[in-house]
Design a protein. Structure first.
Length: 296
């Protein structure tokens, strides 16, 4: 697929996805939505991709939704045609045309089998910040700015951020940022635990690449895929027994794998491990352990 709004570049087993509408401050539109979903589909199928970095071209990460449609920007009926109605005239909210595009992107990132690092190079507002919440680690440039500006636009948080944001920063901080809708600097994002590190602009990509390289060079890809889904999905578990069930399956199946034999012997022999199991062929038989939710 030839992309119009993003760049897709793989080097040294690291995929860099760059939001690429710099003349629009990388504003999010329907094409970017489709292309980001396609890029994550493509990355999951490619065993040569061991880690993913998402960043922005130019001076912004993503300035939010493209507002070029003016007052109709968020009016689905006006932009897509009337959605389905039930016999009593009520909106049929199960109609796919009602679905939030940003949420479709974050749900796809949530399902990803590779670690995802956001390298936030500049302003990240609206969907520009909520799309990051399904990414694993966020590193910000000193030039980065963040804003959950929905209340100031008369809408509500999207991209499943009401699930992600309180889990990342806590309910009080999430509500403060969403209630006020104000734009805040990188250091406040760091203090609020939205990002894990703030670095000078010229160190942003090298820092993200260094972390991605450490993952790509030293870890077992099947283990990383399992760890990512274990951690994210257990955020919604109702009892630690649910984690114990999945831990036990993972320890049993991975304990019998070639990767584990290699990892242990490499440690004992004081040499780098060479992990050969692949996500495309060697995920354990209990994966996935959840029932996929449908939009209804």
């Amino acid at each position: 697929m030839a992309y119009e709004t993003i760049k897709y570049e793989v080097a040294e087993q690291i995929l860099t996805i760059t939001l690429n509408r710099p003349e629009k401050l990388n504003a999010f539109n329907a094409t970017m939505q489709r292309e980001l979903i396609d890029a994550f589909d493509r990355a999951d199928k490619d065993d040569d991709v061991r880690a993913i970095i998402v960043t922005g071209e130019g001076r912004a990460f993503c300035a939010g939704a493209d507002l070029s449609s003016g007052a109709d920007t968020f009016d689905r009926d006006a932009r897509r045609g009337p959605v389905k109605r039930l016999p009593d005239g009520q909106v049929d909210y199960s109609d796919a045309n009602v679905r939030d595009g940003g949420g479709q992107v974050t749900l796809r990132i949530f399902k990803c089998l590779k670690p995802v690092i956001a390298a936030v190079n500049g302003p990240a507002v609206g969907i520009g910040v909520t799309m990051q919440l399904a990414m694993d680690i966020r590193i910000a440039s000193e030039a980065a700015r963040f804003g959950f500006v929905f209340s100031q636009r008369g809408i509500v948080p999207e991209a499943a951020s009401s699930w992600f944001l309180p889990r990342i920063v806590g309910i009080a901080q999430a509500l403060e940022w969403c209630y006020t809708g104000r734009v805040f600097p990188a250091q406040e994002a760091l203090a609020g635990r939205l990002v894990s590190k703030v670095v000078p602009a010229d160190e942003l990509l090298p820092t993200a690449q260094g972390l991605a390289r450490e993952i790509a060079e030293k870890t077992a890809p099947v283990s990383i895929a399992l760890i990512r889904q274990m951690m994210w999905r257990m955020l919604g578990a109702d009892d630690p027994m649910e984690a114990h069930k999945i831990d036990s399956r993972g320890i049993y199946t991975r304990g019998r794998s070639d990767d584990v034999k290699e990892g242990v012997m490499a440690f004992l022999e004081k040499r780098p491990a060479v992990f050969k199991n692949k996500i495309s062929a060697d995920m354990p038989d209990y994966f996935p352990w959840w029932d996929e939710r449908e939009y209804r």
